[in-house]
Write a protein that binds this ligand. Structure first.
Ligand SMILES: [Zn+2]
Length: 512
């Protein structure tokens, strides 16, 4: 069995998850489900990044210990993912004992490999960025351009990562492997960064006085391991680095590491340098996706436009949220979430095109085919061609993370089937006592719905489940299908007419 290891960025727990966090996790879930249905052995890792000054401060403000604060937020992330039908295999928390122990071992291994050294650091530090900032990047008023606050001058002795030793190797890796960093525009950006002499060794620890909530360097309680080694290493500590070598080598290297475009540098330079220093294989692909905007604006606390994915699911369903985000947006570019286009999209695709096709077909099968899957019939030649062509397009799109293209291919099948049904008019055939012809048409439509349910499954697992149930599959058969076993309609199976699978969202209340 082929393995597929997919990771997401781990979210920083200084606030509850918003729709932007959910977007990437849903994408990972889509890929995980897609590869499972291809009969691959899949491991899907996500989790939270829990250390750092901001978390400590937020905990203090909430009158909680940092650990209690993290426990609460980790739970709210898990609950949100659960609501969105995101089924991960592991949710890593960087405050877990296993992770902390592994990170300390990784530190010692990097040190032994000659990748770390101690040095005095003098610099301007922005607490918002939790990073040193360069003088020349500050605003005219000498403020951090991201946080508009004044950076502190910090002088302390820290450990540094000797990035300069690895730059040439990282460049070769990027240049020699086409698909390791996607989209390609990002790759060129990173190669330019590697060519910039200002990309220097970076500090990977802080004095306890500037960072208390974190993992200490073994034997040096005053040195706290900074975010790079702590957070980036989750991708290997989660699968047993230094604790379960067999499991590590079962999954590593990752097949896809999904990240937001803003953290491309850390993943394609810092993380890769760490892996080279640890003598581990490099990920097969790092994929930097675009960002969501809300009604044309950047998601931001100060704009007050943060959308809580749980509220959205409660209002519209996980199916609607998942479908909208991945049918309307190119994953490698920025995309907008707009409430009006959301409602229009859901009504058009799910309630009308697909929902009506299913509802009409099942209702007629009830009436004209004794509520069962009819005898195997020859497949309409036009439909057959459309399914074959679009399934190939779908597969290619899925492998390239062009999710909206995959959904478009699926809906070309939906549209063709609706057209076939309208033109074949089984209700007229039945009235004319052409019973075999009637059943042939219905069989064709049921076959198409069976294919559509499979193709839709990674995007809208609950909706596909409902279609499978109406097509007469049992729960255990559905489990098998969604884990890669073949699906075939069996004549004589009793169908379940459970009514419309998707209700239209009424616009009236929206336009008020
Ligand atoms: Zn800042």
């Amino acid at each position: 069995m082929k393995k597929f290891y997919i990771t997401t960025a781990i979210d920083y727990v200084n606030a509850k998850p918003h729709i932007g966090h959910a977007y990437e996790k849903i994408a990972a879930d889509i890929l995980s489900r897609y590869h499972k249905i291809q009969n691959e052995n899949v491991y899907f890792l996500t989790g939270v990044d829990e250390h750092g000054v901001k978390v400590e401060k937020a905990a203090l403000a909430a009158n909680l210990s940092p650990q209690e604060f993290c426990d609460n937020l980790a739970k709210s992330f898990q609950e949100a993912w659960n609501k969105l039908d995101i089924k991960y295999d592991k949710f890593i928390r960087t405050t877990s004992l296993e992770h902390k122990a592994s990170v300390q071992n990784i530190f010692l291994k990097l040190k032994a490999a000659g990748a770390l050294y101690k040095s005095k650091y003098n610099g301007l530090y922005c607490e918002g960025c939790e990073d040193f900032v360069r003088e020349r990047d500050l605003t005219d008023a000498k403020l951090c351009p991201n946080h508009l606050q004044e950076p502190k001058t910090i002088a302390e002795e820290n450990y540094f990562f000797a990035l300069s030793k690895y730059k040439a190797k990282i460049k070769t890796w990027l240049e020699n492997n086409d698909s390791v960093l996607y989209p390609l525009s990002r790759k060129n950006e990173v190669i330019n960064q590697l060519n910039d002499p200002e990309l220097a060794d970076f500090s990977i620890t802080r004095q306890r006085s500037s960072l208390n909530w974190g993992i200490a360097v073994p034997g040096e309680p005053e040195q706290i391991i900074y975010v790079w080694i702590d957070a980036l290493s989750n991708y290997i500590t989660a699968i047993g680095y230094d604790q379960n070598e067999e499991n590590l080598h079962k999954w590593w290297p990752a097949d896809i590491q999904l990240i937001g475009k803003d953290i491309t540098k850390f993943h394609s330079i810092y993380w890769i340098a760490m892996l080279i220093a640890l003598n581990l294989d490099l990920p097969k692909q790092i994929y930097a996706h675009g960002f969501l905007t809300i009604e044309g604006q950047k998601i931001s606390k100060s704009l007050g436009n943060i959308i809580d994915p749980v509220t959205l699911v409660d209002e519209f369903s996980a199916t609607a949220v998942r479908f909208y985000l991945f049918s309307q947006i190119n994953f490698d570019q920025d995309g907008d979430f707009s409430r009006l286009s959301f409602i229009n999209c859901i009504n058009a695709y799910l309630a009308n095109n697909l929902g009506n096709l299913l509802n009409r077909t099942i209702t007629m099968a009830d009436r004209y085919a004794n509520s069962e899957i009819p005898q195997v019939s020859p497949i309409d030649i036009t439909l057959k061609t459309i399914v074959e062509e679009n399934t190939v397009k779908y597969q290619n799109a899925m492998l390239n993370l062009q999710f909206n293209e995959a959904i478009n291919a699926t809906f070309r099948i939906v549209d063709a089937t609706n057209k076939y049904l309208n033109e074949s008019k089984p209700w007229t055939l039945f009235k004319e006592n052409k019973f075999n012809e009637t059943k042939t048409v219905l069989y064709n439509c049921l076959m198409m719905l069976n294919e559509i349910a499979i193709l839709m499954y990674p995007f809208t697992p609950k909706l596909s489940y409902d279609i499978f149930i109406q097509l007469g599959y049992s729960d255990s058969q559905i489990v098998k299908i969604t884990n890669g076993q073949t699906h075939k309609l069996i004549s004589g199976t009793i169908i379940n007419n459970n009514g419309p699978i998707f209700q239209r969202i009424e616009m009236a209340k929206e336009t008020v």
